[in-house]
Design a protein around this ligand. Structure first.
Ligand code: CU
Ligand code: CU
Length: 346
């Protein structure tokens, strides 16, 4: 992977990161032979270096129970709601979603004061089938006004936009968003209250998956990966990056998959402050379905990029057992947490 050269940006971010995490003098992590060469016979980990052998770099992920976020559990946690049948025979799915303020330990010693849907970052992955009737009972139990803005086709009143329909939902208030599940695809929802960047970056987002009415080829393993970032110093950039909410988690807890199994990944980018995010898989290729709205893939690749709000579906099989890295192909994001492994077994 290429080394990024962007001194002012990188330096300030690195300095903050180094200061926040370990209070050691800032040093360049790029191109410096110090940590790469001096380390005595240590396991070479991420990006050909080990996170433990150069000072100032986070030395591992926070255990999920301490962090308050479990990215592995989030991977395969599709919330299909409370299901009932309407008089016309259609399926009705209902969810209770509550906005809550909650602190998370996203990196060792780094507490992030989050705003959440149901106490999670990312929020619950809502799952429906094309044509289902959906009701999302939203309660705002947080300290700020919020909305739930869904990507999909619906009326203006149900769009979760400030100044339209119910607009912002004030603390202590409730509103039920009601619309049909269409079109099928890999979607998302997020708060749309101003200042928007802050409301999103604080953690108010989640996946919204609509399965085609006729279904897809059954996957052996289906998962959601939400790419996000954390602005921990109140500036206008991120100090940490992750998939499913916890930096470096999948380095320490690889995604376990079976050799030859059809793996389907709903990949969603909600990253605020940085214009582009990416997903790169080592030693393998995947079929890519942009926005998941077609039944045939448009690309066969090992790297895909997404701007904020962009998302898509990946399908792949691992032909060999072993550990295969995946990460943002933006080196800096990878080194600040957006990196992990698949662990493929027989
Ligand atoms: Cu909000
Ligand atoms: Cu959006």
């Amino acid at each position: 992977m290429a080394v990024e050269h962007n001194p002012p940006f990188v330096t300030s971010r690195r300095g903050l990161l180094l200061g926040a995490v370990a209070a050691v003098p800032a040093l360049s992590l790029f191109g410096s032979p110090a940590w790469a060469g001096d380390a005595p016979a240590m396991d070479q980990g991420a990006m050909g270096m080990d996170r433990a052998d150069h000072p100032g770099f986070p030395t591992g992920s926070v255990p999920p129970d301490r962090a308050g976020i479990d990215p592995t559990a989030i991977l395969r946690d599709f919330d299909k709601g409370q299901v009932s049948t309407l008089p016309d025979g259609r399926i009705l799915r209902e969810w209770e979603i509550t906005a809550l303020d909650r602190d998370f330990e996203i990196a060792p010693g780094v507490i992030f004061p989050g705003w959440t849907y149901n106490g999670r970052i990312p929020g619950p992955t809502l799952w429906a089938q094309e044509g289902d009737a959906l009701r999302i009972h939203f309660t705002n139990a947080s300290s700020h006004p919020h909305t739930m803005h869904f990507h999909g086709v619906h009326t203006a009143e149900m769009d979760g936009t400030p100044g339209v329909g119910p607009g912002n939902i004030a603390p202590g208030s409730t509103f039920t968003y009601e619309f049909d599940a269409t079109p099928f695809g890999t979607h998302l929802y997020h708060c749309h209250t101003s200042p928007l960047a802050v409301h999103i970056a604080k953690g108010l987002y989640g996946g919204f998956i609509i399965e085609p009415k006729a279904g897809r080829e059954p996957a052996d393993d289906e998962m959601v990966m939400v790419m996000n970032g954390y602005n921990t110093d109140g500036g206008d950039n991120n100090e940490f990056y992750s998939v499913n909410g916890l930096p470096f988690h999948f380095m320490d807890n690889p995604v376990k998959v079976k050799k030859g199994a059809l793996v389907r990944i709903h990949l969603i980018n909600v990253l605020e402050y940085d214009p582009i995010n990416s997903f790169h898989l080592h030693a393998n290729f995947f079929h890519y379905y942009p926005t998941g709205t077609m039944l045939t893939p448009s690309e066969f690749t090992d790297t895909v990029s997404q701007v904020q709000g962009q998302r898509g579906m990946l399908e792949l099989r691992f032909p060999y057992v072993g550990r295969y890295m995946f990460h943002a192909h933006k080196t800096e994001f990878a080194e600040l947490g957006w990196i992990g492994f698949f662990e493929v077994t027989e």
